[in-house]
Ligand binder design. Sequence first.
Ligand code: CUA
Length: 322
Amino acid sequence: MFKNFPLFPEQASSLAGDVDALYFFLIAVSGFFAVLISIAIIIFAVKYRRQKPDQVGASIHGSTALEVAWSVVPLVIVLFIFGWSASVYLAISRPPRGAMDIYVVGKQWMWKIQHPEGRREINELHVPVGRPIRLTMGSEDVIHSFFVPAFRVKADVVPGRFTTLWFQATKPGRYHLFCTEYCGAQHSGMIGWIEVMEPAAFQAWLAGGAGEGTLASSGEKLFQELACSTCHRPDSQGRGPVLDGLFGKTVELQGGGTVVADESYIRESIVNPQARILAGYQPLMPTFQGLISEEGLLQLVAYVKSLAAKPGATQPAAEGKK
Ligand code: CUA
């Protein structure tokens, strides 16, 4: 629709149309009232101007009908805008179930991408068309922001935590990727491309990276190297929680409360293990803050995630019989 209108990038994701519709509605409402008020100012200025030196304006003491009208009409309009934007916002912020996971690290000044199957790329992201993609993103240094105009999605990439972003590309092609948070001298060069491919072509591309090992297997290697395996053993004889089957579960914490063992919780437990300890365990684990690169953290998270498939033999969480 906006192909020949260079102010707008292509609409290439499932949500782009919704975002644009809302945007144009806001423009239209603003434009309508800007024009209405400007015309009223001109008409009133002409019509009620002082025509003789002794003219004095009539004294007016309010109009209930008018005041109710100018309160209620804007209220209805802004509530409508609120409802509409909230629904678009929720759609953008909640990745659908079964989305494909890809991991992103921002650093001065490049985007490093890791696919769970093992392929890595820099300043390029290959994805299949028509599948929801969920990005888990971390930063190695300062705040960056991952922005794909054609998909109408953007999210900050913040040191010390994971942020997520999802999209579903609707047509094959090459789309600009930008960093939209000023991050130092070469911020403007921190750009790249999203390559949206037909599913078969994507599978072929993905297979082309054979030999690098999957993300989870890199994580497993790291897990052994860092000696995590001495405490986190699969047989509940270790001093740390059993990780098999842990990911995605709601677990109980020391001192009450629960947490979903998601990417962010696993990350926190590695860099700041004392923050939220699983019920029944001692605060023995040292921090790994600064000892593992952001990519390494993503690999470890992918490894722990891969263990979710295994049945957690000794998990305290009561699982009903299947
Ligand atoms: Cu990274 Cu700007």
